[in-house]
Design a protein around this ligand. Structure first.
Ligand code: SAM
Length: 145
């Protein structure tokens, strides 16, 4: 037991020290410039072909899609909580998030792509998840209080 505890302490100590360190530099806001300019252009297209992206994002061969249930479980959401899915895309996580927070909770599915937001709004209505609200946001703000 004790060696295990010592090992854990050794692993956590640097983290604790890092967390306690006095700030040496002023915190700057996140850089406004994209690290990959143009990456979001397809999503901002008002004529975006949603079906093409459903096919691309929602295939079992996509690791994050296949693991979506485990990912949501790992968050440890509780009934009644509010959660924001930033960059919800075509909405593959919303059903699991809705089930996790239950009817008393709230899921905000935000995205910069107007066509995805319309698609998710329709999808959650069809799937019977009234606690999910699809909302348009901007690249620099999730537009939520
Ligand atoms: C690769 S897709 C992933 C979609 C979904 N989360 C999934 O795993 O299937 C990235 C999504 O993030 C959105 N996005 C990109 N930049 C964003 C930003 N700054 N704020 C909110 N959404 C953003 C895009 O429009 C796109 O729908």
């Amino acid at each position: 037991m004790r060696p295990q505890r010592d090992r854990l302490a050794r692993l956590l100590l640097p983290l604790a020290l890092a967390g306690c360190a006095a700030p040496t530099a002023r915190h700057e806001p996140a850089a406004a410039e994209s690290v990959k300019p143009g990456i979001n252009e397809p999503f901002l297209d008002p004529d975006l072909d949603v079906a093409r992206f459903v096919e691309r994002f929602e295939g079992e061969s996509r690791e994050v899609f296949a693991a979506r249930e485990d990912i949501v479980a790992a968050i440890g959401l509780l009934p009644g909580q509010d959660v924001v899915d930033v960059g919800a895309g075509t909405g593959p996580f919303e059903g699991f998030l809705a089930d996790a927070v239950g009817s008393e909770g709230k899921v905000y599915a935000v995205d910069i792509a107007p066509r995805f937001v319309e698609h998710v709004a329709r999808r959650v209505e069809e799937e019977g998840h009234p606690q999910v609200e699809a909302r348009l946001c901007s690249e620099t703000s999730i537009e939520l209080p």
